[in-house]
Design a protein around this ligand. Structure first.
Ligand code: HEM
Length: 159
């Protein structure tokens, strides 16, 4: 294989990957309504894609980054780690085979002084990500219902 062919093959693979993963969401309707949310979402490939896109937008958001304590955590450098932990958490909460081993939500957000406004913006960014990935309404609502109870530990936690 020539270098050019190899480059084209690699590039083709990289471009095809997100589309394949997006297809995972599109096929979620093939799962029975009573299947665990994890399966209806499309499992780890789909969940990790959604979390990755969400975190990328989250750490670029001016309102979120206007919180100096959040910006100071060097969230950009920490992004791969946060993506991993949030993926594991969503996987576990949605009935998947993962076990979340990170900090509890109060510890993780202690001292950040996250406000109600920042929380609402985070939800907006999350919903926009799910819309872009064409996650159906029912599954979106179930995800929001899973994250909702963490609010009291995150908003103004120790702040
Ligand atoms: C406006 C809302 C939020 C803000 C500003 C925020 C900000 C942050 C920041 C700055 C960190 C890094 C802390 C550090 O490095 O010590 C972090 C970690 C983390 N956050 Fe959030 N977060 C928010 C909401 C959420 C939500 C809704 C979840 C999931 C339910 C979540 C899950 C996590 C996890 C799993 C970690 C890593 C915990 C660990 O280090 O083990 N966050 N967050």
């Amino acid at each position: 294989m020539t270098t050019t062919t190899l480059c084209r093959t690699l590039l083709g693979g990289i471009l095809a990957l997100p589309l394949t993963l997006l297809g995972v969401f599109a096929s979620s309707s093939t799962h029975a309504d009573d299947a665990p949310l994890y399966d209806r979402l499309g499992g780890l490939p789909a969940i990790s894609l959604a979390v990755s896109e969400f975190v990328d937008d989250f750490i670029e958001d001016p309102l979120i980054m206007a919180n100096p304590a959040v910006a100071e955590q060097k969230t950009t450098e920490a992004a791969p780690y946060i993506k991993f932990q949030v993926t594991a958490l969503v996987c576990e909460l949605s009935g998947g085979p993962c076990q979340y081993t990170g900090k509890n939500m109060r510890e993780a957000h202690d001292g950040l002084g996250v406000t109600a406004e920042e929380w609402d913006r985070m939800v907006e960014i999350f919903v926009a990500t799910l819309d872009t990935l064409e996650v159906p309404e029912t599954e979106q609502q179930e995800l929001l219902d899973l994250l909702g109870p963490t609010r009291d530990d995150i908003v103004m936690a120790g702040g």
